[in-house]
Design a protein around this ligand. Structure first.
Ligand code: PEP
Length: 258
């Protein structure tokens, strides 16, 4: 395995699943299963579960976060939630620009960028998702799409701020479809993104930024993905809903290599 200077971050994204009781049941079962993991373990839960899950995870290596936020600090935005409210509830990080937000709720890079800036000023770590659709990949536009998403969603982010942001490369065609990008394909894209980030922010910042992969990660492909040089973490949807499968992903180093 290639040694990285960057931390390994394994994050679960529960999407719109689990009540408070179900979340607590998960957290209690999950914590002992990942207690020995050298990876940083993130769990992105529904808003209603943040406070209870954060309390239950206190003193463990499991960090609780949210799945979205608004760019305003407060105001007349019915149904929205502010970063400072998430922090108040116990969230330490927030997923921004997930493909479901981009494609189902029509979020633009410009809006995502405002949220990124707000998250940084609110003291909550943003995980910024980028990724191409199948049509874009088939049309040979993957690199252009990623360049554009990085440029616009991270606009005006400073050198000092960049290492406080995590980037998740999530090809839209691999999310919830069972089609994982091969470790080689994911590595190629991650290396491309790091090279582009180097152009924009310089090598020192680019070497520090954590780039995670997401898209149908399962216990049996986590290790091969994590063994790649530029893959520093995983963002896991479906397989993070069960303590058993998610803990196996977190403990990927115990998996046999093929
Ligand atoms: C996700 O929701 O970010 C995701 C990658 O989902 P899945 O692992 O189910 O493909």
């Amino acid at each position: 395995m290639t040694q990285s200077k960057r931390p390994s971050v394994i994050a679960g994204n529960w999407k719109m699943y689990k009540t408070i009781d179900e979340s607590l049941e998960f957290v209690k079962e999950f914590i002992p299963l990942v207690a020995e993991s050298p990876a940083t373990v993130f769990l992105s839960v529904p808003y209603t579960s943040i406070h209870a899950a954060a309390e239950a995870a206190k003193g463990s290596n499991v960090v609780i976060g949210a799945q979205n936020m608004n760019d305003a600090t407060e105001g007349a935005f019915t149904g929205e939630i502010a970063g400072r409210m998430l922090v108040d509830a116990g969230a330490k990080f927030v997923i921004l620009g997930h493909s479901e937000r981009r494609h189902v709720f029509n979020e633009t890079d410009e809006f995502i960028n405002k949220k990124v800036k707000r998250a940084l000023s609110d003291g909550i770590v943003p995980i910024v998702c980028i990724g191409e659709t199948l049509e874009e990949r088939d049309a040979g536009k993957t690199h252009d799409i990623l360049k554009s998403q990085i440029t616009h969603s991270l606009d005006a982010v400073t050198h000092d701020e960049l290492p406080n942001i995590l980037i998740a490369y999530e090809p839209v065609w691999a999310i919830g479809t069972g089609k994982t990008a091969t470790p080689e394909l994911a590595q190629e894209v991650h290396a491309f993104c790091r090279e582009y980030i180097t152009k924009l922010w310089g090598e020192e910042s680019a070497e520090k930024v954590v780039i995670m992969y997401g898209g149908s990660v399962k216990p049996d492909n986590a290790r091969q993905l994590m063994d790649k040089k530029d893959i520093d973490g995983l963002l896991v949807g479906g397989a993070s809903l069960s303590p058993e499968s998610f803990s196996q992903i977190v403990n990927y180093q115990n998996a046999l290599t093929h």
